[in-house]
Design a protein around this ligand. Structure first.
Ligand code: FA5
Length: 350
């Protein structure tokens, strides 16, 4: 009987190796361990054994049953994994036959006005520059004629990193790098510097209908010989008429920024209330949109450009506020809300 058990086990192992489907494996299990299986038949035949032999043989049969069960379980697992692998490999990544009834995404209103402004300035020969959001104190303040302890810093508190860098408060932070990047072409080849650089800005400030702690600006600079305020006003007017495509009231008033001289605030009549006064314009009827001015000689010099030979203008357009005005968004915070229902209603095909 012992020999018979060993025989069954050796044969079962050989059979298992040849099994390639779960169905064949089940058939083998029934053949070995089922009610009418070989092992059950052996157990039944133990009645013919002596009292002493019976427990020993019983133990041996049980050990063989356990070993066979383990072998069957291993083979079951291996076959399942193999079937899964084959299914994955055989499944196409995209079901090309699926109907294309997916919801279309849409651009964020800020992206739309940014693209619009980029289109306008590119058509006037400006390059579009990308710049970092984390910058040094030098880039954001010192290179812009705002030394440490200058009171102008109070208006632009921001988030500082442990390594001394900071989240930029204004796109003006890229000015110095842009001057250095293009000054050789300006000086050696007479190519004017004409660049815009849109970007995200951060300020530690209380939010309201027209202030966010994270917002977008778009800086623009032009440097060449004989650049004057007239050039600045021409580019500002062209940009606004192209973006709004209708007449809007603007006003230019003096404004102080240490990196321009003279400096201006360009405001537009609030398009939410028509100039009557509302929370979006802090009840003044006007919205500060695009401070600007003639680049301060100290800033040009710091960028490696001789202020005796070259002059230039710079502006810092509030892109988020521009999006508010263009799309009639009453509260700036809605633009950062992530509310797809309201944000997806804007399109660029107006
Ligand atoms: C500046 O940031 C200057 N760097 C702009 C500049 C550039 C002046 C070049 C001269 C020459 P100001 O802090 O005013 O300036 O911000 C510029 C514009 O960004 C504002 O007119 C406004 O439209 C927008 N802005 C400023 N702070 C916020 C805010 N918290 N939320 C939303 N928009 C803001």
């Amino acid at each position: 009987m012992k020999q018979k058990l060993e025989e069954i086990r050796a044969r079962a192992e050989a059979q298992l190796r040849g099994v390639s489907t779960l169905e064949a494996l089940e058939a083998l299990r029934v053949q070995l361990l089922g009610k009418k299986g070989e092992l059950t038949a052996l157990l039944k035949s133990m009645g013919s054994l002596s009292k002493e032999e019976r427990p020993k043989m019983g133990q041996l049969v049980n050990e063989t049953r356990k070993a066979l069960e383990e072998l069957l379980a291993e083979k079951t697992q291996a076959l399942k994994e193999e079937a899964q692998r084959r299914e994955i490999e055989g499944t196409p990544l995209f079901d090309l036959s699926m109907p294309a009834n997916v919801t279309r995404g849409s651009y964020h209103p800020i992206t739309l006005v940014q693209r619009e402004c980029e289109r306008v300035f590119k058509s006037m020969g400006f390059t579009v520059e990308d710049y970092a959001e984390v910058v040094s104190d030098y880039e954001c303040f010192e290179s812009l004629n705002i030394p440490k302890a200058h009171p102008a810093r109070d208006m632009q508190d921001t988030y500082y990193l442990e390594n001394g860098q900071l989240l930029k408060t204004q796109t003006s932070a890229a000015q110095n790098a842009i001057y250095k990047k293009y000054r050789d072409a300006l000086v050696n080849d007479g190519v004017p510097i004409k660049a815009i650089f849109p970007g995200r800005c951060f300020r530690n400030e209380a939010t309201d209908a027209c202030h966010e702690n994270t917002f977008f600006q778009m800086e623009g600079v032009m440097v060449d010989k004989d650049i004057s305020i007239s050039n600045l006003i021409y580019f500002m007017k062209t940009m606004l008429s192209e973006v709004f495509r209708r007449d809007i009231k603007v006003r230019l008033r003096p404004g102080f920024f240490p990196f321009v001289e003279p400096g201006f605030e360009l405001d537009i009549s609030c398009l939410i209330c028509g100039g009557e006064g509302c929370p979006s314009c802090k009840h003044s009827g006007w919205l500060e949109l695009c401070p600007c001015g003639m680049i301060h000689p100290v800033v040009l010099k710091e960028g490696g450009i001789d202020p005796e030979k070259y002059t230039g203008f710079a502006f810092g357009l509030g892109l988020t506020r521009l999006a508010m005005m263009k799309y009639g968004v009453k509260d700036i915070r809605d633009l950062n809300s992530g509310n797809l229902k309201s944000l997806s209603q804007f399109t660029d095909d107006e």
